[in-house]
Design a protein around this ligand. Structure first.
Ligand code: HOZ
Length: 428
């Protein structure tokens, strides 16, 4: 594939944007390639600056569940933008999106819109501290909750890909109150609660981890997290930036039937526009300014264009519940293609899939936490990635991200992808 134009753009970008990108994973450093610069996307396809077309399994890192440039969503964006793009004032659209979220997710009685998942997490943590009067929080190794200071500790996603799960520039004092525990390890968690449970404001967790690759939770582990937080008076925060409205309309909490105290959402509730939100029980949410003493604000919060895109996206998902079965079936097909190719070509592989979330790890061992995710052979991943890109399959340039299918992926897309997987595995 010729990517001359992308290469040229990357060189220019590197002069004026750190690393040439506005988010580190996009620089393709861990796969040793130049990133395609994207010109447009439609349905399941994404097109680069040289005109190369790829079948897209990143989907803007999850939110494009309806496919790119979904006509109904675009129509709403057009209408909304003709009415003005930002007011910094309340609108009826915010109420509508809040109502959609609250009726989809019963644990959410009130919700506050922000502009990104990072901002939502940061605010939810502040709120949990304000509510409990405690400082400490607990997160799990390999889970990523955005890039706010206190959470860049043993963080997954881009931090992991670039080999810096603990960032420079974060004063020790900021992370002194962040404890970390091993995902899926009930025994360790119980011990930690015995020592520090009474000091914890919150436990934050990705109910299905998606930022060390997809790692599925043991139900008993999620139940233990819920039980212990309740017992020790700490709040349970579900980070559903990836799972919300994707795993199921009611998110992972609906899927597993576990009720958190607070929930964080990201880009999917804006149909891919810059949106985040945090919500939960009324007695907690009412502590947020102006009702209470926990301050949080933002001019672009509840942005009318983003609200319009979010409302239409959630309405489509709500009115077409079979989408979730369709997505799961498609992801299952990909899973089968990976398994078949690994058996045929003798490639060590461990697949984690739940619904439409999927990761293929190049290891024979079951991947159930950060340590086992790290066993995946990233050199094999690199080769596999390069082949897939050449074959026109656009996947995350990192072993530690998820593969997302959308409503727009067709049977032909999946067949072509299965062929590419077989071709790639044959050359590893
Ligand atoms: N690493 C983040 C996704 N898990 C964001 C990647 C990006 O937008 O570049």
């Amino acid at each position: 594939m010729n990517r001359t134009k992308s290469a040229e753009l990357f060189e220019i970008a590197k002069q004026i944007i750190p690393g040439g990108v506005n988010s580190p994973v996009r620089a393709y450093k861990s796969v040793g390639l130049n990133p395609p610069f994207i010109r447009s996307a439609k349905g399941s396809k994404i097109v680069d600056a040289d005109g190369n077309e790829y079948i897209d399994y990143i989907g803007s890192w999850g939110p494009m569940i309806l496919g790119h440039a979904c006509p109904e969503v675009i129509e709403e964006i057009k209408k909304a933008s003709e009415e003005g793009t930002s007011y910094g004032a309340p609108t009826e659209k915010e109420i509508k999106l809040a109502q959609l979220i609250c009726s989809a997710v019963p644990s959410i009685e009130m919700v506050r819109m922000v502009s990104s998942g990072t901002e939502a997490v940061m605010s939810a943590i502040r709120l949990a501290r304000g509510f409990t009067g405690r400082n400490k929080i607990l997160k799990f190794e390999g889970c990523y909750h955005g890039h706010s200071d206190g959470l860049l500790v043993k963080a997954g996603s881009g931090a992991l890909t670039t080999g810096v799960p603990d960032s420079a520039g974060v004063p020790l004092d900021y992370v002194r109150n962040t404890l970390t525990a091993v995902y899926n390890n009930c025994g360790e968690l119980e011990e930690m609660f015995k020592v520090s449970g009474g000091e914890l404001a919150a436990v934050i967790i990705e109910p299905v981890a998606g930022n060390m690759g997809v790692v599925l939770p043991d139900i008993a582990f999620l139940e233990a997290v819920r039980k212990l937080t309740r017992e020790y008076g700490a709040l349970l925060i579900f980070d559903e930036v990836i799972t919300g409205f994707r795993l199921a309309y009611g998110g992972a909490q609906g899927y597993f039937n576990i009720t958190p105290d607070l929930t964080v959402f990201g880009k999917i509730i804006g149909g891919g526009m810059p949106v985040g939100a945090y919500g939960g029980r009324k007695d907690i949410m009412n502590l947020i300014s102006p009702n209470g003493p926990v301050y949080q604000a933002g001019t672009l919060s509840g942005n009318p264009v983003a609200m319009a895109a979010g409302i239409k996206t959630l309405e489509i998902l709500r009115d077409n519940p079979l989408i979730y079965e369709d997505l799961a079936r498609k992801a299952e097909q990909l899973e089968a293609a990976f398994i078949e190719a690994s058996e045929k070509h003798g490639i060590p592989l461990s697949i984690n899939r739940l619904g439409s979330l999927l990761s293929a790890f190049f290891t024979k061992e079951k991947v159930s936490d950060f340590k086992s995710a790290m066993k995946s052979d990233t050199e094999i991943f690199k080769k596999y990635f390069a082949y897939m890109l050449e074959a026109g399959i656009y996947i995350a340039p990192s072993q530690y991200e998820a593969m997302f299918v959308s409503r727009a992926h067709s049977a032909e897309d999946l067949e072509e992808t299965a062929k590419a997987i077989d071709g790639a595995f044959g050359r590893l």
